[in-house]
Every structure is written in C-alpha cells, then in structure tokens.
Design a protein. Structure first.
Length: 78
C-alpha cells in the first residue's frame, strides 16, 4: 500500500470548500424571496455545471500529483 503525501491531498481541500459553499448558496437562493429573479434562475441552472467543472479540475490535480509521485519513486529506485 502506498503512502500518500498529506500536502498533496490538502491541495484539494479548497476545491471541496468552494463546492460546499456553492451547494449552500444554491439552497439559499432557492428561497421564495428570490423566486422572481431571472438572474438567480440562470445562476442556479449553471451551478451543477460549475460544480462538475470543479470536480474535473480536482481529478486533474490528483492525477498530476499521482504521476509526480510515481516519477519520484521511479527516480529513487534507480
């Protein structure tokens, strides 16, 4: 089993926090007070796509850090 660097895993926490804030804000904007606003409706429609984009960015960051970690291990073995 591999030991992962905690620093590389902590890089993903800001993305997680942004997605959590987006989710809470989306629920807040679903209140009846904002029901008549077209801009809010467009923002809520775009919210899942923005979250999906952040997930793709997180996967790319994790993939790159995994590749870098493997390259470091291969260099140490040589």
């Amino acid at each position: 089993m591999k030991n992962h660097s905690s620093k590389k895993e902590l890089m993903l926490l800001p993305i997680l926090l942004v997605v959590i804030v987006m989710c809470v804000a989306g629920h807040f904007l679903l209140q009846a007070n904002f029901q008549d606003s077209n801009m809010v409706e467009y923002m809520l429609a775009a919210l899942p796509f923005a979250m999906f984009g952040l997930v793709i960015v997180a996967f790319k960051l994790a993939s790159n850090s995994e590749k870098n970690e493997q390259n470091e291990q291969n260099e140490q073995e040589k």
